[in-house]
Design a protein around this ligand. Structure first.
Ligand code: 5GP
Ligand code: ZN
Length: 141
């Protein structure tokens, strides 16, 4: 897609440090290196976010995650863990609208990455959760 920075990376119109490539996906170092080895995995087909995937594209992209994660982990024995993050749309902190998965190796709980999960358990009764689950279930296609 024209004017998409990640399509330009795929087409080598913009340089990047490639970690892995096959006919369907590309993995390259994120320019900001939140932690050392921070890598982005993208489908070569331009889709904006998870809501544009079909099952085949998801299988193609997400099936590559373990081997790239293992390669990053093997590349540095200081790596103790990894966050795998996929932001979808602006409200969820997406800034580049060609879908991508972040692989962020973790060296220490105090390294420069954080993610906070609030706890709203007290806000819902069991009946409300049952209704909520049913309403999501009803939309599964
Ligand atoms: P998002 O916020 O959309 O989940 O993540 C977009 C990511 O793309 C950011 O972490 C940002 O550093 C990375 N990024 C943006 N522009 C470029 C670029 O030109 N090259 C590379 N390698 N990464 C980029
Ligand atoms: Zn694109």
């Amino acid at each position: 897609m024209e004017d998409c920075i990640f399509c330009k990376i795929i087409n080598r119109e913009i340089p990047s440090h490639v970690v892995y490539e096959d006919e369907d996906v590309l993995a390259f170092l994120d320019i900001t290196q939140v932690t050392k080895g921070h890598t982005l995995l993208i489908p070569k087909k331009h889709v904006s976010d998870i809501f544009e995937y079909d099952q085949n594209l998801a299988a193609t992209l997400f099936s590559r995650i373990p081997k790239i994660a293992k390669a990053i982990e093997s590349s540095d024995n200081l790596i103790k863990g990894m966050n795998i993050v996929n932001n979808n749309r602006e409200v969820a902190y997406q800034t580049v609208f060609h879908s991508h998965v972040h692989l962020i190796p973790r060296y220490d709980k105090k390294d420069d990455f954080s993610m906070r999960f609030g706890n709203h358990m007290e806000d819902y009764s069991a009946a409300e959760l049952a209704t909520l689950a049913r309403s999501i279930q009803a939309h599964i296609k």
